[in-house]
Design a protein around this ligand. Structure first.
Ligand SMILES: NC(=O)c1ccc[n+]([C@@H]2O[C@H](COP(=O)([O-])OP(=O)(O)OC[C@H]3O[C@@H](n4cnc5c(N)ncnc54)[C@H](O)[C@@H]3O)[C@@H](O)[C@H]2O)c1
Length: 260
């Protein structure tokens, strides 16, 4: 099934974890993918693996907090593949500290990566996405990776939760701003996902490491923690023309955690 055939996607934080899987799945479904990340060797390896599997992908060094780096990523997408149709604002930073222990440096890092990075990616990719959308049957799509911590409060990570809540409402605002310009914008809210960040979240939660995974699995009504492909499947759908009438929506992909 080629759900995004012929489209061009930029995936921030696409070197590993959820973003790495989103890049692979988008390529499997027919998109040409620009992987942007600060992890240069992992990002280049992921792009090479996609090409080895017959897909189209290139790596660009991207720090999402730097406007000039975003401009280069867009220029690369245009020169390699002809434009940008899909933006996955996935790169994220995570710090687990209660408010009383959070420093201003912690706060600044979370805001820079999780909020400013999404703002800059949207602002800098949007003109090219709007241009491409005019000639496309359905248009372009932005998918922002928020979190369940952007839907409900987080006891362990209050400032992370604050930034992810901001992503949720920024998504709805950009959906309204861009609706007539034919760019849809939706947010995905993962539960606990088995990635380096997910491991950090589990280890910081202070449970015994032996039964940590089982305890977290039990805390999800569906009985397991998530895998990156659980999120990538939702991202491919929201990026595709199958989601033509969906904009400004929030998708919990969390095994039922926020249904409780
Ligand atoms: N893993 C989870 O349990 C979970 C749950 C909810 C939401 N999320 C969100 O999903 C997204 C992906 O998380 P993940 O679990 O794959 O994490 P991860 O740490 O495994 O991967 C994050 C990627 O983002 C990149 N990145 C970090 N800062 C960057 C920057 N300034 N510029 C460019 N790239 C940068 C990292 O290098 C890495 O490749 C994040 O936005 C995260 O907040 C994750």
């Amino acid at each position: 099934m080629n759900r995004v055939d012929g489209k061009v996607a930029i995936v921030s934080g696409g070197a590993r974890g959820i973003g790495g899987e989103c890049a692979r799945r988008l390529a499997e479904h027919g998109a040409s993918v620009i992987i942007g990340d600060v992890l240069e060797s992992e990002g280049a390896q992921n792009a090479a693996a996609i090409r080895d599997a017959g897909g189209k992908a290139a790596f660009v060094p991207l720090d999402v907090t730097k406007a000039a780096a975003w401009e280069k990523a867009v220029a690369e997408a245009v020169s390699n593949y002809g434009g940008v149709d899909i933006l996955v604002n996935n790169a994220g930073a995570y710090i687990t500290k209660p408010v009383l222990e959070t420093t201003q440096e912690d706060f600044a890092l979370l805001v820079a990566v999780n909020l400013e990075g999404v703002f800059l990616g949207t602002k800098i990719c949007a003109p090219e996405m709007i241009r491409r959308a005019q000639a496309a049957p359905v248009g372009s799509a932005i998918v922002n990776i928020s979190s369940v911590a952007g839907l409900v409060g987080s006891r362990n990570s209050p400032v992370y939760s604050m930034t992810k809540g901001g992503v949720r409402l920024f998504t709805k605002s950009t959906a309204l701003e861009f609706a007539k310009k034919r760019v849809r914008c939706n947010s995905v809210h993962p539960g606990l996902i088995d990635t380096p960040m997910g491991s950090l979240a589990m280890s910081r939660a202070g449970r015994e490491s032996n039964d940590m995974r089982e305890a977290f699995a039990r805390s999800h009504p569906i009985g397991r923690i998530g895998e990156p492909q659980d999120i990538a499947a939702a991202v491919v759908f929201l990026s595709s023309d199958d989601a033509a009438f969906i904009t400004g929506a929030e998708f919990a992909v969390d095994g039922g955690v926020t249904a409780q």
